[in-house]
Design a protein around this ligand. Sequence first.
Ligand SMILES: [Zn+2]
Length: 101
Amino acid sequence: MDLGSGIPRRCDCRAATVVLTSNTARNPGRRFYRCGAISGENHVFKWLDEAHDEEFVVVANKVATMEKDLADIKADLADTKNGISEIVPLIECLRVKCYMN
Ligand SMILES: [Zn+2]
């Protein structure tokens, strides 16, 4: 099973994940994500602390992408405003000529 990076929200069996707490001698009190339907080899298991460390990177990358997209949108908006400011006088000029004829 490929869990991907970050918080596992769904298992391959489509069940939502749940957070549980380990009570093993090796990992006492350590929380983990697990398939909400079945525990087993082909179902989600991931330590919560590791998932959250990965999730921070996932979210940071998404924010970086959104910041780049926003900069692109602002540049497109500025270009559009410039285009409109060039067209408006032309429309006004045409309108005046129409009234004169
Ligand atoms: Zn499952």
